[in-house]
Design a protein around this ligand. Structure first.
Ligand SMILES: [Zn+2]
Ligand SMILES: [Zn+2]
Length: 376
């Protein structure tokens, strides 16, 4: 393990890897974790996932702490010495910092072992695509662990450095990419009435979705964002036969997500009947909500107050999604935000970087959370 967790972060930052391709990052993590001598190291979890287990199985509550391995397909514009060496790929969500926090927790667990709990440090792959947590959860090696509690943090630019953002119930919105394909029949552009163009169905659907915020809100966030669309081709003699619409749906509850999907499907069926079309609907980047339990949120709040950290209760869920929802499902736990500074560049921006000071704040919070779980 490098001398400090900060040095480990700089190495991880220099060598980012995209979702699902984190083999070198995982190899580094395995090497560093081996040096702090956990009771068990699991590898290849749901892809390149790694878990270090500290403490015996029957020692007490099993507490899982999660971080993420993946970087993003973004070109870094920072010029500092430890900038990304990988063209077009960078740690722009701070997952390098989240890993450094768990490495620091690992070091502290080695120095001061916890005797009445089992602590599982999970380095999860492919968070950005929403594929990693689900893959880890269906991995038989992971299923054997069965944690009682699960916690994760995410750094949040725009909030005071080191402050804790928390919410009971939905912490992060559900979101999913939807690809709608419409298929009709081409005709000569001089005789469009002889074909079945998907154009009217396409425009009607896009219009309808602009009203989703009112239709499914306003008590909760419900968004259908058209992120792209395509109709026919640049062939001026032909009336089109095919169209695609790309959407991102976002909601505060999984129920509202389902209601929006049902509504889209009903409209598609109606439009396809009217205009003699067929349709398919496919999904990509599917994230359920992250739902913090009352007990889990209580433990985080107690940990924040015992370490004297400012606690900010969020009145509304965070709009961006997190696949930690799969890991927390069916157990107590919470995801909380860790303020990355009010002036910090936003997540996924080319000039973003994880603040080093947060490594200590994050590690303190996780160690306090473990203590709170033991007395809960
Ligand atoms: Zn991200
Ligand atoms: Zn992230």
């Amino acid at each position: 393990m490098p001398e400090t967790a900060k040095a480990a972060r700089y190495l991880l930052h220099q060598h980012p890897e995209l979702s699902g391709q984190e083999q070198h990052t995982a190899a580094r993590i395995i090497k560093w974790l081996t040096a702090v001598n956990p009771d068990q190291i699991l590898t290849g979890l749901g892809g390149h996932g790694v878990a270090a287990v500290f403490g015996a199985e029957n020692a007490g509550p099993k507490i899982l702490l999660r971080c993420e391995l993946d970087g993003l397909p973004i070109q870094e514009t920072n010029t500092f010495e430890y900038r990304s060496q990988q063209s077009g790929v960078a740690h722009k969500c701070g997952h390098d910092g989240h890993m450094a926090i768990l490495l620091e927790v690992a070091r502290r667990l080695q120095q001061k072992p916890v005797k009445t709990a089992q602590v599982i440090l999970l380095f999860q792959p492919a968070e950005e695509t929403g594929a990693g947590a689900a893959a880890v959860c269906s991995d038989p090696q992971y299923q054997a662990l069965q944690p009682d509690y699960a916690f994760a943090l995410h750094n949040m630019p725009g909030y005071p450095l080191g402050s804790v953002m928390l919410r009971e119930g939905t912490m992060n919105c559900a979101s999913r990419g939807v690809i709608i394909s419409l298929q009709g029949k081409t005709a000569h552009a001089a005789q469009p009435e002889a074909g079945h163009s998907p154009a009217p169905a396409m425009t009607s659907l896009i219009d309808a979705m602009a009203g989703y915020a009112d239709q499914f809100g306003p008590t909760e966030l419900a968004l259908a964002t058209v992120v792209g669309a395509r109709l026919g081709a640049k062939a001026f003699g032909t009336a089109p036969a095919d169209a695609e619409i790309y959407l991102t749906l976002r909601s505060e509850t999984d129920t509202t997500m389902q209601a929006m999907l049902d509504d889209i499907e009903q409209r598609l069926k109606l439009q396809c009947r009217q205009h003699q079309l067929t349709y398919t609907m496919d999904y990509q980047d599917v994230f359920p909500t992250v739902c913090n339990t009352q007990t889990g949120a209580g433990i985080v709040a107690d940990a924040a107050s015992s370490s004297g950290t400012e606690l900010i209760r969020l009145s509304r869920p965070i709009r961006w999604s997190e696949d930690f929802g799969h890991i927390i499902a069916g157990r107590d736990g919470a995801l909380f935000g860790l303020g990355a500074g009010e002036q910090q560049a936003a997540l996924h921006n080319p000039d973003y970087d994880f603040p080093d000071e947060l490594i200590g704040y994050g590690a303190d919070m996780f160690i306090d959370i473990v203590k709170q779980c033991m007395v809960n």
